[in-house]
Design a protein around this ligand. Structure first.
Ligand code: IVH
Length: 695
């Protein structure tokens, strides 16, 4: 761990040369050849000392000497801009220009991990996966997930996880993280996954200097990546650990995760410390060791990640749509504590779902005071046989809300969810095949409020200043009755400022937040409407497959033929089609959309960054069978999309190509029947290579 954050090393800006930088700039050589030689050597030295300092934690020169070297390189770059390395380490000071983030389509699906909360659950998975296998047991770092894309040894893009398919391109911010190499010692192409984090020590220092504004290192890390001004990011003590890597087109075949990570380490990427390669039976003891060490590691962790080491075994286990079957997260805070149920209330969500909550005697659990716990639904209550007065065990699973897990003593009679909505009194309904009760009234105040809260929330339109409390207040005081009303709130500014707790400053934060939401991409607008089945994933699938404007979706909803083509999108099923048809022909929803459109919200998706090369432009590809170089095979389709093509899940007359491998089956028959061009893996790689694309 470095002794302190070398703020001087990085906070100097090009635009404001300090005395020292002015001094070093006077004796620069005039001859460009000489200058170039010295610049290359300075870059190399700066890179080397940054690595020693930020990755190895063992600096060899003083901060002062480093500063001199850094400023001399900056001075050179000012004097000879054409000779500046596009991946120069001086980029780590960031830029003062505000930048909106572009959308970036990930080159590989960025999956998440399935969680396990107790050893039993984890070991069951280990048994299923293979007792004799080796597993990598690593810290689960609690920071912000990031993908780094290097091409020919240069960092080209740093992208947030986003939806897993599309993220925000935060490259300029990423370049300011000094432990991330901007240029590698080899001209390899590599995609890395990692976690941007802060040490507790550096967080505390930074937070103190910021008057304690930040809640914890994780929030500050992820908030930092979304800063619009990269020179601000450069001032924050961000670090990275990388924990997965993929080498597109590399001839070297890696057999294990360990080999892959060794290569990443050789390329000077920081890896999490303490990683162990263990047999399944050794995992329980390792968990105990890691738990003991947790308080001492100095950076935030929220558990462990256990990954199968053998890469071919991984591929044969495969993936679900969200996570690999070859890895599990093991969360530490699966604590349970006893408490007593003192009452019950019900939350009516934006979809009308009624969730019973137990009010409990306050307990402290995993760092926070818990006063309520979910009881999920009537079936769950019946199963537990729980009533008021019961002593129960409560768990708090990581970020998930506290839940009643077990009953110690049952209490009075078992609860029954009321037959009428606890908010508006409408008769509740139970849908077929559902365990939940719903309030069917779309005007139910709790439903409407929760819909607006959802719209404003961080993950959706991210409207600053409008949390649960404020939305409830605005609704209850009749400032707003739906989301479109937010956009006329400014006309009530004066009146709002007279309300208690709504001073000029907080009102202007809210109004500014509302104004800023007009810049949010259509994908967010669409999924924030809170329509049944139309969440972020479906919004992304629709826009990715040509339904990238509200008008195109509305027009599809009206046309059975178009709806059929929507159904062809892999990942969209009949129930989504039904929901699209229902929502986008509903007069109330259409009028709401119309008002949002008039308010200036984006109703067309921002273009996704694509390669300059577009060899697949105008083509529609489908894939079937298995492939040696593309596992999972969607990797091949991701290349098609990145280089200009469209991917579909089934063969139709519109499909132009089928990429077919062994076991292609009925899709191959259909392709042949319709005269669709069938391409083998070898031919596909040839097409890529002919276009200068190395896999
Ligand atoms: S592996 C496909 N390893 O945990 C699996 N993830 O809950 C890739 N994380 O989104 C993830 N430390 O942001 C992996 N050593 C580690 C990790 C790690 C932290 C995060 C990561 C992921 C989340 C899943």
């Amino acid at each position: 761990m470095p002794k302190k954050v070398p703020a001087k090393k990085t906070s100097s800006k090009k635009e404001e040369p300090t005395e020292t930088s002015k001094k070093v700039s006077v004796d620069l050589p005039k001859d460009p050849k000489k200058a170039e030689k010295e610049m290359r050597s300075l870059e190399e030295q700066v890179r080397h000392h940054q690595y020693l300092y930020y990755v190895k934690n063992s600096p060899e020169i003083s901060d002062y000497d480093f500063d001199q070297m850094f400023k001399r390189l900056q001075a050179f770059e000012e004097a000879f801009p054409k000779l500046a390395d596009p991946a120069s380490p001086t980029l780590s000071v960031g830029s003062d220009l505000d930048k909106d983030f572009e959308k970036f389509s990930h080159k590989l699906p960025v999956l998440s991990l399935e969680n396990t909360y107790n050893e039993e659950e984890l070991m069951e998975w280990v048994q299923k996966t293979g007792q004799d296998e080796l597993y990598s047991v690593e810290w689960k770092i609690d920071g912000a997930s990031i993908m780094l894309y290097y091409e020919n040894g240069i960092l080209i893009n740093g992208v947030t996880r986003g939806t897993g398919g599309i993220g925000d391109d935060v490259t300029e911010n990423i370049r300011t993280i000094r432990s991330i190499p901007l240029r590698l010692s080899e001209t390899v192409s590599i995609y890395l996954r990692g976690e941007v984090y802060m040490t507790f020590l550096e967080f505390d220092e930074f937070n103190e200097a910021s008057e304690g504004r930040y809640a914890n290192p994780r929030n500050l890390s992820s908030g930092s990546l979304k800063q619009k001004n990269s020179s601000d990011v450069a001032k924050r003590p961000l670090r990275i650990f990388t924990y997965d890597a993929f080498f597109p087109g590399s001839k070297a075949k890696f057999k294990t995760h360990q080999e892959v990570m060794k290569k990443a380490e050789d390329l000077k990427f920081p890896l999490p410390p303490d990683t162990k390669l263990l047999k399944g039976s050794e995992i329980p003891a390792a968990i105990k060791d890691f738990k003991k060490k947790k308080e001492k590691v100095g950076f935030p962790t929220d558990g462990l990640v256990i990954k199968l080491n053998d890469l071919s075994k991984r591929e044969s286990l495969g993936y679900t749509s969200h996570s690999p079957r070859w890895a599990r997260a093991y969360k530490f805070d699966a604590l349970m504590k006893e408490s007593k149920i003192v009452g019950i209330d019900y939350a009516v969500g934006r979809t009308g779902k009624i969730t019973p909550r137990a009010q409990i005697e306050p307990i402290s659990l995993a760092g926070t005071t818990v006063t309520f716990a979910t009881l999920h639904n009537q079936d769950y209550i019946d199963e537990l046989g729980v009533g008021i007065g019961a002593t129960v065990r409560i768990s708090k699973r990581g970020e998930i809300i506290p839940a009643v897990e077990e009953v110690v003593t049952p209490g009075k009679e078992v609860f029954k969810i009321p037959l009428r909505c606890p908010c508006c009194g409408t008769k509740t309904e139970k849908k077929q095949d559902s365990v939940d009760y719903f309030c069917p009234n779309t005007d139910c105040p709790d439903r409407v409020k929760n819909g607006i809260i959802f719209y404003c929330s961080r993950k959706q339109m991210d409207i600053e200043g409008l949390g649960e409390k404020q939305v409830e207040f605005l609704y209850d005081k009749k400032y707003i009755k739906d989301i479109a009303d937010l956009y006329s709130l400014k006309s009530h500014k004066e009146k709002l400022m007279e309300e208690e707790g709504y001073g000029e400053k907080s009102v202007s934060i809210i109004l500014n937040g509302i104004e800023e939401s007009k810049k949010k991409d259509f994908r967010f607008v669409l999924s924030s409407l809170g329509l049944r089945e139309i969440g972020p994933k479906v919004a992304e699938l629709l826009t990715e497959h040509g339904y990238d404007t509200i008008d195109s979706i509305i027009s599809a909803a009206k046309s059975p033929k178009k709806l059929e083509s929507v159904l062809e999108i892999p990942g969209i099923g009949p129930s989504t089609i039904e929901a699209i048809q229902e929502s986008f022909t509903d007069k109330r929803i259409l009028s709401l959309i119309d008002r949002l459109k008039k308010a200036g919200l984006k109703m067309k998706a921002d273009p996704i960054e694509k390669s300059d090369k577009q060899p697949f432009a105008g083509q529609t590809w489908c894939v079937s069978g298995s492939f040696e170089n593309f596992q999972p095979r969607d990797k091949a389709m991701d290349l098609v999309v990145y280089y200009g093509g469209k991917k579909v899940g089934s063969i139709s007359s519109k499909t132009t190509h089928l990429l077919a491998g062994p076991g292609a089956g009925s899709k191959l028959d259909k392709a042949e029947e319709l005269g669709v061009q069938v391409v083998s893996e070898e031919e596909f790689i040839k097409i890529l290579n002919q276009n200068g694309i190395q896999i």
